[in-house]
Ligand binder design. Structure first.
Ligand code: HEM
Length: 461
């Protein structure tokens, strides 16, 4: 039940969908720059695959779970991430785990995987809870109700968690600078620049890169300082914290003993800071927005939060609604809304032959709202993810963390963090819509809210 309308689920506002008519190159470039979500037409949400000539060259949109399985898992070795993604994120993250390919990727993933085992992730739960509690308990000071900028709060919270757990607090207190620089970067350098789509010569200046240059330099300088500070501790023979930063600097590959280059270390630090907090912040923000409109779901989450206890080794199983609202929020608003791939060799996807170099788009935002895959796709129905229903969902129809070998390395970390943060919030507060226009999603690498998410937060009795 939502918004007081008995038995009617909440259906959040969605961006306009394009008519199915083909669009010209200038129209494509304009939409891609302004709001890529407006690129999708009704056909994308009702046909399993769409292919043909597009502004990106020959391209195929795959929403069929069997086709997604083929590209991301069964024939994953035939697909790389394609040039556009690398051109957009490359200046900052080129040699980080998210963008590297082939043997370099295998080596880097082998080095980092031990930091993300279930046992290692579970150990971080207590620290995640402490940081969450410290961040949210002062939201209202001595007021009983206030309108809070939830996006800002969630970004600060997840930044502090990544700083505490992966960098032993060495970035503590810098959330605000990082938030400003990241928002600036996503709004400028990381947008789909028409010149990049057209593969224009490098000497033609890119507006976005020029505008985002200062932000990129901020990140590079800060990361260089971080590495220098930690290296000094290691070289002085002092006990260096056992965290991601030390692991990156001292990494030795178990196969062949190779290390990471200076540039790889820097790109990975930035990859983990950015991929490791921005996505989870967006997932939490959208979750709070959705449950502010669904009081029944919110009451379930509050009841679980009241009983939340990390001393219970099965605490996650004791919180099915908390998990379900997060998962349903990531269905409607996948923090990484689009996965781009390029076929290295010719292939066949769902019976469709594709030539080498075809751009393959798998778009969680479209797949998760696809009419052939979901009942009432645009409605918020967390029950879909409760035990008993969850098992029926095809794991290639629900892909917020992708699938196959390139699946998000931090997926379990993010789910654990999201559940703990939500519990610490719901234990204390009630959230309601603030009576302003509903937030609209906007594709800026991640799925952000166009003007941010603000909620009316009141202290629970
Ligand atoms: C709700 C939170 C998150 C979501 C929705 C998310 C989503 C994703 C997705 C979809 C990918 C695959 C991208 C592609 O194949 O093109 C990915 C990769 C990655 N994610 Fe996450 N992520 C989240 C949280 C995290 C966290 C907490 C970390 C680190 C602490 C992290 C680190 C990474 C890294 C390093 C990769 C690249 C992995 C590889 O290619 O081997 N992510 N993530």
């Amino acid at each position: 039940m939502a918004d007081g309308a008995a038995d009617l689920p909440f259906r959040p506002a969605t961006p306009a969908r394009r008519s199915g008519k083909p669009i010209s190159m200038p129209q494509f470039l304009w939409i891609a720059w302004r709001e890529p979500l407006n690129m999708w037409s009704d056909r994308h949400f009702s046909e399993p695959i769409l292919f043909g000539q597009s502004a990106l060259g020959y391209a195929i949109n795959v929403s069929d779970p069997a086709g997604i399985r083929h590209v991301l898992l069964e024939n994953a070795k035939n697909y790389d991430k394609g040039a556009l993604q690398k051109r957009v994120l490359g200046p900052l993250l080129a040699e980080g785990l998210l963008l590297v390919e082939g043997d370099d990727w295998k080596r880097a993933r082998r080095i980092m995987a031990p930091l993300f085992t279930p046992a290692r992730t579970a150990v971080l739960a207590a620290r995640m809870r402490e940081v969450s509690e410290a961040r949210v308990k002062g939201w209202l000071d001595d007021r009983s109700v206030a309108v809070i900028n939830i996006d800002h709060e969630m970004t600060a919270l997840t930044f502090e968690i990544i700083s505490a757990t992966m960098f032993s607090d060495m970035l503590g207190g810098e959330a605000a600078q990082f938030e400003r620089a990241l928002t600036g970067f996503l709004d400028t350098a990381a947008r789909i620049d028409p010149l990049e789509v057209l593969d224009a010569p490098k000497w033609i200046p890119r507006l976005g890169q020029l505008m985002g240059g200062g932000m990129a330099r901020f990140f590079e300088k800060r990361v260089a300082q971080l590495v220098a500070d930690r290296r000094a501790i290691i070289e002085a023979g002092e006990d260096a914290p056992d965290d991601l930063l030390t692991a990156l600097i001292t990494a030795r590959d178990v196969e062949g003993g190779g290390t990471l280059s200076e540039r790889e270390v820097a790109c990975n630090i930035l990859t983990f800071i950015l991929a490791g907090h921005e996505t989870t912040a967006r997932a939490l923000g959208w979750t709070l927005h959705l449950i502010s409109h669904d009081k029944a779901a919110q009451a379930h989450v509050q009841a679980e939060a009241d009983a939340f206890d990390l001393a219970n080794p099965n605490w996650e199983d004791a919180m099915p609604w908390t998990r379900a609202v997060l998962e349903e929020a990531m269905r409607l608003y996948p923090p990484a809304p689009s996965l781009a791939r390029r076929a290295k060799e010719a292939d066949v996807i769902c019976g469709q032959e594709i030539p080498a170099n075809t751009a393959v788009l798998i778009t969680p935002y479209v797949v998760h709202r696809h009419k052939l895959l979901w009942d009432d796709p645009d409605a918020f129905k967390p029950e879909r993810f409760l035990p008993g229903n969850r098992e029926k969902i095809d794991r290639f129809a629900y892909i917020p963390f992708s699938q196959g070998p390139r699946i998000c390395i931090g997926a379990a970390f993010a789910m654990q963090e999201g559940m703990i943060a939500l519990a610490e919030i719901m234990k204390r507060y009630e959230v309601d819509p603030p009576g302003e226009a509903e937030p609209m999603p906007s594709h800026r690498i991640t799925l952000r809210a166009k003007h941010g998410i603000r909620l009316r937060v009141s202290r629970r009795e």
